[in-house]
Design a protein around this ligand. Sequence first.
Ligand code: LCS
Length: 400
Amino acid sequence: MTHVNWSFETKAVHVGSEPCPQTGALVSPIYQTSTYTFKSTEEAGNIFAGEQAGYVYGRVSSPTQHELERKIAALEGGEACSAFASGMAAIASVCTALLESGDHVICDTVVYGGTYGLFEKIFSKYNVEASFIDTSDIEKLTNAIRPTTKFVYLESPANPTLKVVDIAEVSNVCKKHDLQLIVDNTFMTPYFQKPLELGADIVVHSATKFMGGHGDLLAGVVVGSERFIKEELHDPLTKLGGIISPFTCFLVKRGLQTLALRMEKHNANALEIARYLEGHSKIKSLAYPGLESFSQYELVKKQMSGYGGLIAFEVVGGLKNGQVFCDNLKLIQLAVSLGDVGTLIEHPASMTHRSVPIEERRKHGITDGLIRLSVGIENATDIIGDIEQALAKVETKGAE
Ligand code: LCS
């Protein structure tokens, strides 16, 4: 089957989900095994040497993993993909593949707290220095480049403020200075944004989020050139041990088959909820890329085909009233993670972005009262009803 001309939805359903050639089973089996047998030492030697196709050990790869990787590469429009046990395992492996002692990296000021911590707490120990720069400011970005800079890392929209970065513009700077551009596409998924087409070299995802979609797994993926995935990323994949399990591959594959439908619903619900919040007297600030009032709306229209399911806002009265609001929700669950079928809410300053120093957080818009809502695919009226009743419990007299 050739898939190059298929649309996104058709690729999502069929690529990597072909019937089993041995049994004809419509859904191919999960290869739940830790090791693989060989007919002879000669065959084993040839497979280990890469001269013959075959599998050797569960920490290296599995047929289920390869099916998932083919599906994701097709959806992101990349040459190849590698799947990992979590988003952090994927990001850490990419960094391990690219970095050496003495290198410098540029990371955006607004990224998931775990990613910030990876550069600040782990790679700093190996003499890799990170500069945290607002990459949407091209002058600042250019000034931060050193002879030792290896790559620029960014999320767009970013977790949790939803700041958007012009990927094509940053890619031009990177190309000029011979730097790699790594984009975390978790919030958009390839359904709404294709960073490789915009000039990124490597795309990473927490597949735990929209790709898996159901809040029941942890996974991460990397998409890039065949050379990077097969040669440079192979050692970190197999030696650091962040391998994804065959069962998780099966779940992510299944999740991806409905990604287009779910993203449309996340998007429609989030837009309706953002419009409701926009007119509410108890909402102090609001960011949703789909609102015309969003400060980077023009850029959103240029590089994304949808707005996603994340909304960031602050309740009048800041942290204290934000807590009252969260504590009174009934349908919406207070939990980290995002991109699930169910609506989730969290408080970045005390939860996901706790590891970012207070001053840094505040400087870059992660205010003490900021709340992040991951809108699910329930009925929008029910979600709004829950928000409405919780906001009614918030006392705003005299609050700012
Ligand atoms: N990239 C982004 C944009 C993320 O939001 C996360 C996790 C990761 C990478 C790491 O992926 P993981 O290892 O968890 O699969 N974000 C989380 C969050 O906002 N709440 O809990 C986890």
